[in-house]
Each structure stands twice: as structure tokens, then as C-alpha cells.
Ligand binder design. Structure first.
Ligand code: SF4
Length: 545
């Protein structure tokens, strides 16, 4: 894997773009759409700037301890970037990975100076073009000869949703050479890299958008279906330091459900699950390489339950001694599932509950009832497993009464952590087929239906955040399902994470009206957490965990 001049493909993972830059763009339009309010609910207003969860932790560490620990949960090895590198390496291409753009610019400069043929930029977590533009501009400045290829969900949505004229404008804005139009895209990327290396013709490769002179060319579509089992990441291909104590594992592709608000199953294609033995093999390898926490990234890890149970039994029989977190469907779990989860090391489950109201759950096509979630949360807590409940306000069918039911549900069931987002009208989600039935108009965070408009939903989302007292809000920015294990490996205790998140929630609430409040009490609570953390690590100014 060492860099030779002419490395076939350099893969660039996540760019943690400054939240304040996105907020500044959304702020002027706050009366016309819910974008800014959604950022405000998921960030902290400090020193006149919006910062995210890790940003608040870092800012407070600077204030209290005089050090910048530069915490960023995205420094964990990106599964997407390493999956692509694994896929290409397995087909004979030389590859390099930049995991987190922000933290690895020195190494990136060296790699670009050596002149890679292709630079592939992943777009998994982006909803705006700015982070992509920044990475592409950086690469262009340092290596004009490299062919920049963009792929991943953000690009897939552009290619699916935009008109030819809109796509042309966006293509110019992004500044790349080639877009991969496929929800998987790894086989297409391999063909592009082969064409660059061997002098092939892009026009015969399906699933591409590129410019030929002044013309934007779209090649034919041929939906990829890459078998999961054959392409599992072989972590031994990578330098040892790429396997950290927290590692991501994927055991399925797509989702077997079709929630009305979600376009993921349509994008991801047919639901595929890996067999139990290859997953256990991967887990054994990771454990032997130093992994302590596994983040299963599957959207519905416990479906089908028979495979889920077999996998957990295997983890127990193998004495893997790993702690793990995953997304979880309460509607597909019995008492044995929870028992096996505890025994196999599950520490947290992320539940897409969405609503505590039966009517709204039906309108969402969730195939789950509030009672199933009630029972599931009780079981998780009884087994010592942390829960994270995610909710939506304003879905078609929502009323003030149903929002009130959701607040009551959260208070009654008390998930350890929760988040509530305003309904986002995705133009490719199944709900669009029912626009007439719900009187639904608009798009994204600006919409209206028969029983609610985005303004009211936004106000009710704020109301929910203020009304919940028995669960701690965790924001969407700077925090993800893998953040708890990440912080544990950085020297925090679970009690620290809870205490910090609880103080951070109050900072968030004070900033909802966009007026910076007096954070005195919250800062005192955060200071206590940080001083405890600092004392445990010996108060060193030099070495951070
Ligand atoms: S919200 Fe989750 S369960 Fe529902 S369709 Fe999307 S990925 Fe599947």
C-alpha cells in the first residue's frame, strides 16, 4: 500500500465542514424555510457562532484546560473510504486513503504531489455541495492532472433528482471530472480507474456523468449489485493504525422496509444480508487487531431475527468480548433477542421510533406500533443497554394532538437519549405518491399538508425539545451512533458523556431563539466533566489519549 508515483486511486473520506458556514448560508432564509431552525436545534450558539457537539467539547476544553483535544468522531476509520480501497485493491489497483480530510492535509499534500491518476471523493454524509467543493478545489490546486471522481449518496441524489440543466450547473459548481450515478458505484469506479490506467474510453462505462467539451454526457444506467460476502473489508490490507478500538462493520445492504418519508430502500436496491460465518470471521480478525467496540452500520441489523440471533450466538460462543452498537427495530425482537444482545456485548441501540402516535406511525408506513417500541425500550433498559430514540415532527397526518402523544411517549418510555427532527420532504421518498391524499405541497424543509405546515412543525419541534424532561437530546451535528464508543476510547466515562450531553442540551435550548444566553450553570457542569477527565489522564499538556 505504499505510495508510488502513479498510484491508481486516492480515496478521500469525510470533510467536516464548519457548521457556522452552513448556518450563515441558511440564516437569511429562516422565515422562508426550516433549514436554519433545524441547524439551531442541532448545534450550540457560542461566541456568536454555531458549533457542533465535538466543537462544544473542544471549545470548553480550551477554555477550561487550555488545550485543544481536537475531538472529532469522524476520525474513526471511515467504512465507505476503506470499503472502496479494499474493493479496488482486491482488483489489482494501487490505492491510498485519506480518512478525515480536515486532519490529514499534510499526508494528503504528499500523496497529491506524487500524482495519483484518480482521486475519488466520497459524499456519504453531505446534504449541501460546499464540503465537496472544498475538497475538489483543494485537490485541483495541488494536483491538476488527477481525474476527480465523485460518488456516494449526495451525488446519487443529484443525478436522480436534478433536471439536465440543473445537473449541468451543479456539475460546474462541484468542479469534478466524473460523477458516479449508482447507489453502490464501486464497480463503476473500478472501471473508471482501469480506463485511466490502461487508456480506456469513459463513454462505454455505464453509470457516469462527465463533461465532453461543452457537453454533459450521461452514459447508460446499469444498476450495480455487488455481492456483500465477496467484498467484505479485509482490514489486514491496511496499515495497523487504521484499525482503531472502534471499527465499523456492515453486514447488510439496503433496507427491507419502505417508510413513507425515506428514500433509502429505493436508492439501496434489493435488501441483502451477509451470512453469519463471514461476519464472525471479520469480527474475529478485528478483535485480534485491537478492536474493542464495533459499530454495525446496517439500518435494520436485527432483520431477519433468525440471522441476528445466530450471529449473536456466534459472538457469544466465540467469546469475542466486543462491545457493540447498532440500529435496531423493536418490531422484530422477542425476549431472547434482548437476552442475546446483552450477553454478546450490546451497549447501545439506535431506534428510529419517529412518533408515539399510532395514526402517524401508520401514515409513515412504519410497520411498528407504539406498544412495540414501549416494550422494546423497557427490555433494552432492563438489559442495561442504552437507547437512542429518533423522532420526526410534522409528517403528513401529524396534528398538535399527535405531537402531544409523542411527547407523552418520550416522557413515559424515557429513552436514554433522543432527537427530534422536523419532517424533511425528500423528493424521491414514497410519500410523494400520496401528495394528493395528504394535500402535500413543497419540498425539503418548506412544505405544507392538510394538517400542518413547516412553520408550525418547526415550532412544535422546539416545543418537544423543551417539553421532554426524562431523556437527553443529542444533536445531529458532531454526534452519531458511534460517538459514545468513540468518547469512551478517548478517556471519558459513560457518566461523563451523559453529564456533558445534558449540559450541552441546555446550551442548545438557550440558543434556539438565536440569542446567546448566559451559559454559566451549563459551563460549570461541563467544567466538572472536563476536570475529571483531565485528572484521569494526569493533566498532561502534551499527550492526549
Ligand atoms: S427509515 Fe429506516 S427502516 Fe424505514 S425505510 Fe428508511 S432505512 Fe428502512
Amino acid at each position: 500500500m505504499s505510495l508510488m508515483p502513479g498510484t491508481d486511486c486516492l480515496i478521500i473520506g469525510y470533510n467536516d465542514y464548519p457548521l457556522e458556514a452552513l448556518a450563515a448560508k441558511a440564516r437569511p432564509a429562516r422565515g422562508r424555510s426550516g433549514d436554519y431552525a433545524e441547524i439551531a436545534r442541532n448545534s450550540y450558539l457560542v461566541g456568536g457562532r454555531r458549533i457542533d457537539f465535538c466543537g462544544l467539547l473542544n471549545a470548553e476544553a480550551k477554555r477550561v484546560l487550555g488545550i485543544d483535544p481536537a475531538f472529532n468522531a469522524f476520525e474513526l476509520p471511515s467504512l465507505g473510504a476503506h470499503y472502496l480501497a479494499n474493493f479496488l485493491s482486491g482488483r489489482g489497483f494501487s490505492t491510498e486513503v485519506i480518512n478525515l480530510f480536515n486532519n490529514e492535509k499534510g499526508r494528503l499534500d504528499e500523496l497529491l504531489a506524487a500524482g495519483p491518476r484518480a482521486v475519488a471523493v466520497t459524499t456519504t454524509y453531505y446534504v449541501t455541495p460546499e464540503p465537496v467543493q472544498e475538497v475538489v478545489g483543494y485537490v485541483r490546486d495541488r494536483c491538476p492532472s488527477a481525474v476527480v471522481v465523485l460518488g456516494g449518496p449526495f451525488v446519487f441524489h443529484l443525478a436522480e433528482d436534478l433536471t439536465p440543466a440543473e445537473l449541468d450547473i451543479m456539475f460546474r459548481r462541484l468542479g469534478a471530472d466524473v460523477l458516479v450515478h449508482d447507489s453502490q458505484g464501486e464497480a463503476t469506479l473500478a472501471r473508471v480507474v482501469a480506463a485511466l490506467r490502461d487508456g480506456g474510453d469513459l463513454s462505454v462505462i455505464p453509470n457516469l456523468v462527465y463533461r465532453d467539451g461543452g457537453r454533459l454526457v450521461r452514459t447508460t444506467r446499469a444498476v450495480e449489485s455487488n455481492p456483500l460476502a465477496e467484498n467484505a473489508v479485509d482490514w489486514s490490507r491496511f496499515p495497523r493504525d487504521r484499525v482503531t478500538p472502534v471499527t465499523f462493520v456492515r453486514t447488510s445492504r439496503s433496507c427491507p422496509f419502505s417508510c413513507a418519508f425515506c428514500s433509502y430502500p429505493a436508492m439501496g436496491g434489493k435488501y441483502q444480508v451477509a451470512a453469519v460465518e463471514p461476519v464472525l470471521r471479520e469480527l474475529r480478525q478485528l478483535r485480534d487487531m485491537g478492536t474493542q467496540y464495533v459499530v454495525f452500520t446496517d439500518d435494520t441489523f436485527n432483520v431477519p431475527p433468525t440471522r441476528f440471533k445466530a450471529l449473536l450466538r456466534g459472538m457469544i460462543a466465540d467469546k469475542l468480548d466486543l462491545r457493540w452498537v447498532s440500529f435496531f427495530r423493536c418490531s422484530h425482537a422477542d425476549a431472547e433477542c434482548f437476552e442475546l444482545m446483552e450477553q454478546s456485548g450490546c451497549m447501545a441501540a439506535y431506534l428510529g421510533i419517529e412518533s408515539g402516535d399510532e395514526g402517524v406511525l401508520k401514515a409513515m408506513n412504519k410497520y411498528a406500533t407504539a406498544d412495540q417500541y414501549r416494550a422494546g425500550l423497557r427490555q433494552l433498559h432492563d438489559h442495561g443497554i442504552l437507547s437512542f430514540g429518533s423522532f420526526i415532527t410534522g409528517h403528513p397526518g401529524e396534528t398538535r394532538a399527535s405531537v402531544s402523544n409523542t411527547v407523552d411517549f418520550i416522557e413515559e418510555t424515557a429513552p436514554t437519549f433522543f432527537n427530534v427532527q422536523m419532517f424533511f420532504l425528500d423528493p424521491t421518498a414514497p410519500i410523494n405518491a400520496q401528495r394528493e391524499a395528504f394535500g402535500l405541497t413543497g419540498a425539503q424543509y418548506r412544505w405544507k399538508h392538510r394538517t400542518m405546515g413547516w412553520e408550525e412543525a418547526s415550532a412544535l419541534t422546539d416545543y418537544t425539545l423543551r417539553a421532554v424532561t426524562k431523556s437527553i437530546q443529542l444533536p445531529l451535528y458532531g454526534f452519531s451512533i458511534w460517538s459514545v464508543p468513540y468518547l469512551l476510547t478517548r478517556g471519558f466515562s459513560l457518566a461523563d458523556v451523559v453529564a456533558f450531553a445534558s449540559a450541552a442540551q441546555r446550551v442548545m435550548l438557550r440558543g434556539l431563539g438565536d440569542e446567546e444566553g448566559d451559559y454559566g450553570p451549563e459551563r460549570a457542569a461541563i467544567e466538572q466533566v472536563l476536570r475529571g477527565w483531565d485528572a484521569r489522564r494526569g493533566g498532561s499538556r502534551e499527550v492526549l489519549p
